[in-house]
Design a protein around this ligand. Structure first.
Ligand code: XMP
Length: 526
């Protein structure tokens, strides 16, 4: 597979984040970008003098990490990081590492600190401003077992907590700073101020990285990559592929052809909405192929969730390839890959994590058709893609949509699927989402959907006995889909929604609400 990307960097200032495997490293990047500064995360073992020279950051942040710097095998920072005369901010493990590598000492602490703590700001420094002024007392999020015992030459203490006498340290002359706590998480309410201050004031970044600038730069980059070649793009109706397609269309017009494969596992009205938006509003060349018959045929009798995913992924590729060939071939494939998929993070477990679900994607296509990838969203987080979508004129209903899985309703009908069950589910799901929108709750929820259980229960409607399916409702809050909490609806909302579903949808006579968080559950039922 060719990546096909020219390693062009934005012209704006950049911060480099060196990842030592913290669960929250991505949040550092988000906070820095929220300050209008472009940044990238690179795994610690890849950061050396040559990467520093090519990336040319104005400042470096060392992330936290699960290891203990007191161990011989713990990951280290390349000495080049401290030799560039660039500002460095060490967070948690990053702070300890900086201390140890620059001549201080770090010891395992008898007083471990996890969770909420308070830092007293004991002295001013260039990193501190606003609430972070001498005499201030700030809530912070701590998570550490080791602690700094002696500072390297040049450093002084600027903040203390009960468990960490060196909670914040500074060497203004070299512009090296370290914090024992995590400023990137929301549990450190004024933590983002520190990161902004580091990027803008200490490192001197301009904070001029905006979505409008990104759009302009990316359009130039797409034109340079594609030349007069042809690009095909699989539109799913989701936010990522839609934003990618509109951006590429803006760059190369009719050299882009979009293909929408209707696998028959979509929600009510979805295919029509895609047609209206892209053909109608954006005037984009779009092939719409109804392949629902083929997908249902191949899924007949299949009950295993992973088997369903494999069949759907494989069939999608077959149909897509067929349509692409009809279009007369293309050299490039557009994909809505996002930054979290690209970051090669340092695994805390020293290896790849267990596959819980094989998320469906079209990964096989580029090799099979020898296509070069065009991935204009590779540097963006999901919320940034939404901002870009708005910038490109995509309507809010599209840009603010809940995520929808590639295999669609197939994984929301546990067990064997049938067109009858899919139709029942579509109706229930549409009512549920309509009620959520009416109640003004759509944007407060990460994802909400109905699941049709392969269970029939006895009910009574009018004077008659019923024996129909159970519908489960699911709604979760989440920031990245990795963990999730069930949404705490009012009982009255659930009551009204359940009554409406049972009254309107033939085939359902019982509704339950799923209150499982993730973990231990997953968001989808399969
Ligand atoms: P789980 O169920 O793993 O879901 O907690 C996390 C997020 O991923 C979505 N999901 C999928 N997306 N193909 C996809 O494209 C899949 O096979 C798939 N399975 C789950 C899910 O909707 C949620 O947003």
């Amino acid at each position: 597979m060719t990546d096909g990307r020219t390693a062009a960097l934005p012209e704006s200032d950049r911060i480099l984040i060196v990842d030592f495997g913290s669960q929250v490293t991505q949040l550092i990047a988000r906070r820095i970008r929220e300050a209008g500064v472009y940044c990238e995360i690179h795994p610690c073992h890849k950061v050396d003098a040559s990467l520093l020279a090519s990336f040319a950051p104005k400042g470096i942040i060392l992330s936290g990490g699960p290891a203990s710097v007191t161990l011989e095998e713990a990951p280290r920072a390349d000495p080049a990081i401290f030799a560039q005369e660039l500002p460095v901010l060490g967070i948690c493990y990053g702070q300890q590492l900086m201390c140890r590598q620059l001549g201080g000492t770090v010891e395992p602490s008898t007083h471990q600190e996890f969770g909420r703590a308070f830092v007293d700001v004991t002295d001013d420094c260039a990193l501190f401003d606003g609430p972070w002024r001498r005499g201030g007392r700030e809530q912070v999020w701590m998570s550490h077992g080791d602690r700094v015992e002696a500072l390297p030459p040049g450093f002084r203490v600027v903040g203390r907590s009960d468990g960490a006498p060196f909670a914040a340290i500074a060497d203004d002359a070299r512009r090296f700073y370290g914090v024992q706590f995590h400023p990137e998480v929301v549990h450190t309410p004024h933590g983002a101020d520190l990161l902004t201050r580091f990027a803008l004031t200490v490192a001197g970044c301009h904070g001029d990285w905006t979505m409008a600038a990104f759009r302009e730069a990316e359009i130039k980059r797409i034109r340079a990559q594609v030349g007069d070649g042809r690009v095909i793009c699989g539109l799913s109706g989701g936010v990522d592929s839609s934003v990618a397609a509109v951006l590429i269309h803006e760059a190369i017009g009719s050299q882009l052809n979009c293909i929408f494969v209707d696998h028959g596992l979509l929600r009510a009205g979805e295919a029509e909405a895609v047609g209206r938006l892209f053909r109608g509003r954006f005037n984009m060349p779009l092939v719409m192929r109804d392949a629902s018959g083929l997908f249902l045929e191949r899924l007949a009798g299949v009950t295993d969730p992973e088997e369903k995913r494999k069949i759907i992924g494989g069939t999608f590729i077959d149909v897509f390839e067929e349509e692409a060939e009809k279009l007369g071939g293309a050299g490039f494939l557009a994909q809505g890959t996002l930054y979290p998929d690209v970051i090669e993070s340092v695994s805390s477990f020293g290896g790849p994590s267990a596959t819980i679900k094989s998320h469906h994607n079209v990964g096989g296509l580029p090799e099979r058709m020898s296509l070069t990838l065009v991935e204009p969203l590779r540097e963006l987080f999901k919320d940034e893609v939404r901002v870009l979508g708005r910038e490109l004129g995509l309507p809010q209903e599209m840009v603010g949509r809940h995520p929808f899985p590639g295999p669609g309703l197939a994984i929301r009908v546990p067990g064997e699927i049938s067109s009858e069950k899919l139709e029942i589910l579509r109706q229930a799901d549409a009512i549920y989402l309509e009620e959520i929108r009416k109640a003004g709750l759509y944007d407060a929820i990460w994802q909400a959907f109905a699941v049709l259980l392969p269970v029939r229960t006895v009910g009574v409607m009018g004077d008659a006995r019923t024996y129909d399916y159970v519908c489960a409702l699911r709604a979760v809050t989440s920031t990245d889909g990795m963990t999730a909490e069930s949404y705490p609806f009012d009982h009255a909302f659930l009551d009204a929604t359940a009554t409406r579903i049972i009254n309107k949808v033939r085939g359902i006579n019982r509704v339950v609400y799923d209150v499982t968080s993730k973990p231990p559950g997953t968001i989808e039922w399969e």
